[in-house]
Ligand binder design. Structure first.
Ligand code: GBH
Length: 467
């Protein structure tokens, strides 16, 4: 049977604002998500991350549960405003915040679980947004982000060997500053490109610092996580093939081409024109090659054609219907997601051929349609999520064993049902059901499925007799 190499790491992922709760406890300062949720109409069910899965208090229990899932690794993010409540480089560091994450990390290690730590999963300290416009202010935000990264490398770098600078800058720029559906809720056609520039610079300077001052003595790796749906052309006509490439350029290339090739994609230059922020030669020198691996979040494949009206995706019409009228796969609770494994295999090949870096799949997952209206007993039998993970895991296995794409790790999204941003709590992505009334956790069948799948599909380490 085909198997992944013995050093393949797998586990589940979460993010601070989606699980921690305790937003005013332990000295934490507010983030832009606290402020955004407080605005009426922004979150579908009127909720917020105020309690979430209560993981700031229940973290020991969470690690115990993770352990029963047989994972080798756990990806989580740090809350910037828990570590530096006001966020800035001259603001005080909160020792309670440091102690919280330190204890979590040590508990993971004690249980043989390797931490993968994301520095920024969207929860900017509100104080920085108010003080100088947050991500819009290059001079300030780059320095403050690098200072925050430095505090984290100092506090945790002896035990954390895998760092992710940003989670999905696409969502920050487009959803936060173009469409206004994520914090801080801005609507603009120039701001996204300014934020695009500043996020990349902040990332690159944090990586530079890590490589110059920490990498050698701490021995870790650092990179950025980008998200991309595979763009499947509606058919093989030249217009549709070109549309698919444009979709990738607008979703991924706007970041990846800069970081790995030092330039914006041609289609982005043509359509965005002088709204693009140019990089100086010195800036480009820091940006180019500033990631040790390709961090990928991917959830779905979309069928694409030209002729759409949305600039943020390169003016594509997107859907899930093939020319013969059939659907790509099973529909999720959210409109943007269907099960369809083959696109994942093609995407992994595309990334390896284009960017030539080892890949970590830092998120991949599925929200079962109407799961929230089922009883707990029904919801834990999550057949559609199993179908999804089965398809995706097999597609990845083929990419690794047949196509020789170096995928090094895989994280299912998510360990727990949690605060699903603008969707609130009605959309459930977890392999663990969370009963929000009691905060009790119930493993779903998909958690058992993945445990079994990875147990069967990772090679045993070479034993003495093999050597
Ligand atoms: C991930 O993003 C996030 O990293 C994670 O925090 C989140 O919980 C998870 O997805 C599940 O949603 O405006 O039509 O694009 C995945 C990429 C970006 C896809 C936001 C859905 C919102 C709908 N997602 N997008 S749309």
């Amino acid at each position: 049977m085909a198997q992944l190499p013995s050093d393949f790491v797998w586990g589940f992922a979460t993010a601070s604002y989606q699980i921690e709760g305790s937003v005013a406890a332990g000295g934490r300062g507010p983030s832009i998500w606290d402020a955004f949720c407080a605005q009426p109409g922004k979150i579908r069910d009127g909720s917020s991350g105020e309690v979430a899965t209560d993981s700031y208090r229940l973290w020991r229990e969470d690690v115990e549960l993770l352990k029963t899932y047989g994972v080798k690794a756990y990806r989580f993010s740090l809350s910037w405003s828990r570590i530096i409540p006001l966020g800035g480089r001259t603001d005080p560091v909160n020792s309670e915040g440091i102690a919280f994450y330190r204890a979590l990390i040590e508990e993971l290690l004690k249980n043989g679980i390797e931490p993968f730590v994301t520095l920024y999963h969207w929860d900017l300290p509100q104080a920085l947004h108010e003080r100088y416009g947050g991500w819009l202010n290059k001079e300030e935000i780059v320095q403050d982000y690098v200072n925050y990264a430095k505090v984290c490398f100092e506090a945790f770098g002896d035990v954390v060997k895998n760092w992710i600078t940003h989670n999905e800058p696409w969502a920050v720029t487009i959803l936060g500053y173009e469409k206004g559906v994520f914090a801080p809720g801005h609507i603009s056609n120039t701001e996204p490109w300014i934020v695009n520039h500043n996020l990349i610079l902040a990332h690159a300077h944090a990586v530079k610092l890590y490589r110059e001052q920490y990498k050698e003595k701490q021995g870790g790796q650092i990179g950025i996580t980008l998200d991309c749906h595979w763009q499947l052309p509606y058919d093989d006509s030249p217009e549709n093939l070109e549309a698919a490439q444009r979709g990738i350029d607008f979703k991924l290339g706007r970041f990846a081409d800069l970081i790995y090739k030092g330039t914006y994609p041609e289609s982005v230059k043509r359509i965005i024109g002088d709204r693009l922020v140019e990089y100086t030669t010195e800036e480009l020198a820091v940006v180019l090659g500033s990631s040790d691996f390709f961090g990928l979040n991917t959830y779905t494949t979309q069928v694409v054609q030209p002729g759409g009206t949305d600039e943020s995706n390169g003016f594509l019409k997107t859907g899930f219907t093939l020319p013969d009228g059939s659907q790509l796969g099973t529909q999720a609770h959210v409109p943007w997601l269907q099960t369809y494994g083959p696109g994942f295999r093609t995407l992994l090949n595309y990334l390896w051929n284009t960017y030539k870096l080892p890949i970590y799949v830092t998120e991949n997952g599925f929200a079962v349609k109407n799961e929230n209206s089922l009883s707990i007993e029904e919801a834990i039998h999550d057949a559609d999520r199993i179908e999804y993970f089965h398809n995706y895991a097999n597609a990845m296995l083929q990419a690794v064993t047949e196509d020789k794409v170096p995928v090094k790790g895989y994280f299912g999204w998510s360990f727990l049902d949690n605060f699903e941003w603008a969707d609130g709590y009605q959309t459930r992505f977890g392999v663990t059901y969370v009963d929000y009334a009691t905060q009790k956790r119930y493993p779903k069948d998909s958690a058992r499925f993945l445990k079994k799948w990875f147990t069967e599909h990772i090679e045993a380490p070479a034993s003495d007799s093999d050597v």
